[in-house]
Design a protein. Sequence first.
Length: 167
Amino acid sequence: MLDIYTILKERGSLSNLKVALVGDLKYGRTVYSLLYGLSLYNTEFALISPPELKIRDDALIDIDSKIRISYHENLEEVIDYVDVVYATRIQKERFPDPVEYEKVKGSYLINNLLLSKAKKELLVMHPLPRTGEISHEVDSSPFAKYFLQTRYGKFVRSALISLILNK
């Protein structure tokens, strides 16, 4: 809900978006809720991850007919096309073998050079904490929306609590 609220607040609409999901698509729970939520709005997704962290096929069963998906290993392939980049950290704690984590650690870096090829109104989002997938130089750019996401989280949680507690 928070991520959808952030996109709605910052873009003014949820319809017909092109969204790049980048990073750990296999284990990242926020990725799945965003896919399901945006499947109601004619969204096109570019899924970008190392092969080891590709989204699980069973995760798309209920929504595969509602969305368009393309698979990539490089964000640069779609950076000029997408409206939203939703990055996730590669979760070290999910790897039973540290060697496997080391193979994929640092697979992606979103920096100002990459973003210079993006649409001016691109949103860069991240559920935080980040662990190196977004360069700190991006923090002061107009693309960075991850700190706003955090702020909006207070509003969304407050609204939900109010709805639940106030009959």
